[in-house]
Design a protein around this ligand. Structure first.
Ligand code: NAG
Ligand code: NAG
Ligand code: NAG
Length: 974
């Protein structure tokens, strides 16, 4: 171990501190989801490190507005400090500009920013529109036509409200509170209604409905030891919330987005929200809703841009693990999936394929290139895909070591792409990651895009990968500051702690199992705890040095403290430190900006660069890029996964609310590490998790290399349950793909909270144990060990909504508000279809490609009036700009099914079956149909009534031989 690492050890090992705290997950069931004491400060503490620090609301003077200028759609004013500067956590900015814009009927923006740029103007950084969308006023927008009204007052200091036009309902209200605007501290407080319901503020693992005693911090970070701690800042920053207010049997919702990427805290308290950032400006967008789905759509279509449309194959199932040692290993897993009759669409390789964890390399002989080429040929020929890991950091070879050759680094130097050290800007910044000391491309620079694109293209020429998952893009580094400066000759060094699976260490083997494992497998559970005890005594975990409690730094006027700012956000890492496990905030980008301003954007900019590089490496095709860290707008080009989960029931549980957070954030292509990444899975957990994740758009099973294998075929019950649920997932691909099209074009959601589909039912406001896929499918997953039943609500039944069991198509007998018990043996997951839906389906093939070649069928689930409707979108499923598309509207009413098609795309597949659920009343004897204006041949078709009003029409194939969607179709029951 190099001497300097030894010297740094105490600090570096502080990561183990969290291991001594009570660990996630809570005992199941986690009810109440969160103890009200979590992150709760009884009164607003001005500084999380120092409760005696002054309160900005009490000590700062606020501002006074003058020189008001109004136009049809805007209001501008000067804001001048209304008294002596308080200079509490930075220095006060004396003169600000207020800009209010009525941007669209449903959108109002309020911006407050410094009037003059000081000489050190980076301290007054406002987020550039090049980095994330900054909406402007739509043409013709004006105050008179707005849903929202801005009012303000100078008494006692500048304060404002945003209300609904007409009703005057106040949505956001700083009256009685001061605006604080310092170079390193901004604060604004809004009053909230009692017991408010807000959602969003991704990312954190916690309840779906945010507690009103809670602090959400944004500082993208990774905790290697336990990446899924409840309630703390996660990998992403999405400062946007949805608020729903119920009254008298109905509800109204609105949205608030604060466009600022700095480290920040949102202090949710019973009667207020205090918003604090350590820089930037106030830039609020208020969205009028008034239903939850409207708010989400207004945010995506009007503010951050809508999510990308995935390729069809992105919706297939993916297998991953750290510990597939060679190509043969991968092939064996592929074969085993095929033998088990379980669909496998893609392999998402972990670090194993890389030589010494250096990106754009491959390990010989295990991952030999020629062998890899043959492997990929076979894989692609069978309609499957290869998605290796990519880290954004570039290994810096040891300068004195003639054999330490790594051309990608040298190319980066040649193009000068790397972020620089704040301590000495003539040097690059060198952090530590899996590959050793390494440099970080500044993805905001055109040079870095060129570098990245070249590497993607070159690598693709050797190995025809199909996409990347971009890990550690928080951006992570396991030392403090540019620790590699002057030390590169020590390379390649190991991260300063043992990695999971490193032999002869305390983490060589992970012996943890899910809750209840001792009940299902007492022998193995006992042997695991014995092995854990002997591993722990042979390799004790080094005692962690207690984190020093740092004194609050005091502001020096005119000087920013980038590494220990006067106000400490509530980052979960020891000491709330901003320098831990990430690039230091004083690291300098090519444009002179620092990580202090840009940290929360590294995942966003690296994913964006990867997307554009993929467009060059694999031209014309929709890129598959998964980013571990995201910001507002990342969903436009990337998906996201929920970090390193633990193989625990509580972890699986919170994946649902995490998915719903990302639905609001505009990243519908979301999934979690199914069966858990850290710790061992067991049959029970993995079975239920494979069932749950089958509804998440990103569906992948992934585990750590020091745990037991957990592929879906490892336990026969898990395999059986997986075959059943995956058949359903693949059968519904046309439906899910259509949902993504609607997300892409209209900002609709894919996974949905029950409260969004049934916004008038207040008892749904906190439901996080059930969810919907689109408007028509209700999922009630089993989230508890050993359960064979599960309880679920059936929303809408009080106002006539009918639900059908997916499997039997029998109407559910439920009453409003009833938490109904459903049978759920291990291989079975309760799924229900909403009456009034028409769902176009194709029988599941073994890949998405073969599924797309199956004949069509329609499930028509009738509502109480005997009617139903649905939609379908089709294209080639892969092109960035498909030449031909098809939109189909489907309607069933009074015994007549009709389709209305537009667009040229034709898959040439016939309609094989129609199933009608809820076909009570008169029994029909026959039917006739027209397709593209011509009468259909219905000779061979069969028609049969099943139990409980299900009408099956089969063998329709001949009647729509040219492809059911090639023309309008009309079918009448007689
Ligand atoms: C609540 O709804 C009822 C029935 O629609 C109506 O008569 C009543 O005026 C409403 N109350 C309020 C406060 O809106
Ligand atoms: C591949 O790895 C496996 C272990 O998973 C090992 O048994 C096998 O010998 C390796 N094969 C090759 C060709 O390296
Ligand atoms: C020099 O670099 C090579 C390749 O990374 C490495 O295998 C070797 O151990 C290094 N030599 C020394 C003396 O560190």
């Amino acid at each position: 171990m190099p001497a300097f690492i030894k010297a740094m050890l105490p600090a570096l090992l502080a990561w183990t501190v969290s291991a001594q705290k009570p660990q996630f997950p809570p005992a199941f069931p986690p009810t109440p989801a969160l103890p009200s004491s979590v992150n709760y400060a009884p009164s607003i503490t001005p500084n999380v490190l120092d409760a005696t620090a002054p309160n900005a609301q009490a000590e700062c003077p606020g501002y006074r507005a003058s020189n008001i200028r109004e136009t049809q759609n805007s209001l501008t004013a000067d804001l001048v400090l209304a008294g002596e500067a308080c200079d509490l956590y930075g220095y006060d900015i004396h003169e600000l500009t207020l800009n209010v814009e009525y941007q669209a009927k449903e959108r109002l923006s309020v911006k407050i920013y410094p009037r003059y740029l000081a000489s050190n103007n980076e301290s007054l950084y406002t987020l550039s529109p090049d980095l994330t969308p900054q909406p402007s006023a739509e043409e013709g927008s004006n105050k008179a036509g707005s849903d929202l009204v801005f009012t303000w007052s100078n008494d006692p200091s500048f304060q404002f409200r945003v209300s609904r036009a007409g009703s005057g309902e106040v949505l956001f209200d700083t009256f009685g509170k001061k605006i604080v605007f310092e170079d390193q501290f901004l604060e604004l407080v809004t009053s909230m209604v009692p017991d408010y319901n807000i959602y969003g503020l991704a990312e954190s693992l916690r309840a779906f409905r945010l507690p009103n005693k809670f602090t959400q911090t944004f500082w993208n970070a990774y905790n290697l030891d336990n990446d899924n701690i409840l309630d703390v800042n996660g990998h992403s920053t999405h400062p946007v919330y949805l608020e729903t207010r119920y009254s008298n049997g109905t509800s109204k919702s609105h949205g608030v987005y604060a466009r600022n990427a700095h480290g920040q805290d949102w202090l949710l308290r019973p009667d207020s929200i205090t918003y604090r950032t350590i820089g930037g400006s106030f830039e609020f967008y208020f969205l009028s809703g008034s239903k939850p789905k409207d708010v989400i759509s207004q945010y995506q279509t009007g503010v951050i841009t809508t999510p990308y449309l995935p390729a069809y194959w992105h919706l297939g199932f993916q297998q991953n693990r750290w510990g597939y040692l060679n190509w043969t290993n991968l092939q064996d897993v592929i074969d085993a999936y095929a033998d088990a009759g379980i669909q496998l669409e893609a392999f998402t390789n972990d670090l194993d394929y890389l030589n010494l964890n250096r990106i754009f390399t491959h390990k010989d002989p295990q991952y030999n290139v020629e062998e890899g080429q043959r492997f990929l040929e076979r894989l692609h020929a069978s309609g499957q895909y290869y998605l290796p890991i990519l880290d954004p950091n570039v290994y810096a070879p040891a300068p004195e070591n003639q054999t330490d050759i790594y051309p990608p680094y040298d190319r980066g130097v040649e193009l000068d792409v790397y972020i620089r050290s704040g301590a000495n800007t003539s040097e690059y910044y060198y952090g530590v990651l899996w590959n050793g000391f390494s440099a970080y491309p500044d993805f905001m620079s055109p040079a870095a895009q060129q570098f990245w694109t070249e590497q993607f293209v070159e690598y693709h020429e050797q190995l025809a990968y199909d996409g990347w998952w971009l890990d550690v893009s928080d951006a992570t580094s396991f030392c403090t500051g540019s620790c590699g400066t002057g030390m590169l000759d020590e390379n390649p060094i190991h991260v300063p702690f043992p990695l999971p699976g490193d032999p002869n260490t305390s983490v060589a083997v992970d012996y943890r199992y899910p809750e209840a494992f001792n009940l299902t497998n007492a022998t193995e559970a006992a042997s695991a705890s014995a092995s854990l005890a002997s591993q722990s005594s042979a390799y004790p975990t080094p005692t962690a040095t207690p984190t020093p409690v740092l004194a609050r730094t005091l502001p020096t006027p005119g000087v920013r403290n980038l590494t220990f700012p006067p106000y400490a956000i509530n980052n979960f890492l020891p000491g709330h430190s901003l320098v831990k496990q990430v690039l230091s905030p004083d690291a300098v980008h090519k444009n002179g900006m620092t990580e202090y301003e840009l940290h929360n954007l590294y995942g966003h900019t690296s994913a964006n660069a990867s997307y554009h590089a993929l467009l060059q490496a694999i031209p014309g095709k929709r890129p598959w890029i998964q980013s571990r860290a995201t910001f507002a707008g990342t969903g436009n080009f990337s998906g996201h996964w929920g970090g390193d989960t633990n193989s625990k029931w509580g972890n699986m549980y919170f994946g649902i609310s995490q998915a719903l957070q990302f639905a609001i954030a505009g990243i519908p292509y979301f999934g979690v590490e199914t069966c858990g990444f850290n710790g061992n899975a067991d049959m029970q957990l993995c079975t239920r998790w494979m069932q749950l994740s089958a509804w998440f758009p990103l569906y992948r099973n992934h585990n750590n290399r020091n745990t037991i294998a957990q592929e879906a075929y490892r336990w026969s019950t898990t395999a059986e349950a997986t075959r059943r649920i995956m058949d359903i997932r693949y059968t519904l691909l046309p439906y899910t793909y259509t949902l993504f099209h609607k997300a892409n074009t209209a900002g609709e959601t894919v996974l949905r909270a029950l409260a969004w589909e049934f916004p008038d039912e207040e008892d749904l406001k906190a439901v996080e144990t059930q969810f919907m896929s689109g408007p028509s499918i209700l999922v009630t997953p089993v989230l508890e060990a050993l359960a064979t039943t599960v309880k679920g609500l059936f929303p809408g039944v009080g106002s006539g909504t009918i639900w059908y069991d997916w499997y039997s198509l029998q109407k559910v007998d439920a009453i409003a508000g009833e938490n109904k018990t459903l049978q759920a043996p291990l291989v079975h997951q309760p799924i229900h279809v909403r009456g009034g839906s028409i769902i176009p389906m194709q029988k599941a093939g073994n890949t998405t490609k073969t599924s797309r070649m199956m004949p069509w069928s329609l499930l028509i689930a009738l509502d109480k009036n005997g009617e139903a409707q649905g939609e379908l979108y089709l294209d080639d499923g892969i092109s960035i700009h498909p030449d031909e598309t098809k939109n189909v509207e489907l309607r069933f009413s009074r015994g007549i099914l009709s389709t209305k098609v537009s667009g040229e795309y034709n898959d040439g597949l016939s309609l094989a079956n129609i199933t009608i659920a809820g076909a009570h009343g008169r029994q029909h004897r026959g039917w006739s149909a027209h397709h593209g204006g011509k009468a259909c041949d219905t000779q061979r078709a069969k028609m049969m009534y099943g139990e409980g009003g299900v009408l099956y029409m089969t063998d329709l194939g001949e009647s729509t031989r040219d492809g059911i969607w090639s023309g309008d179709f009309e079918m009448r029951l007689h």
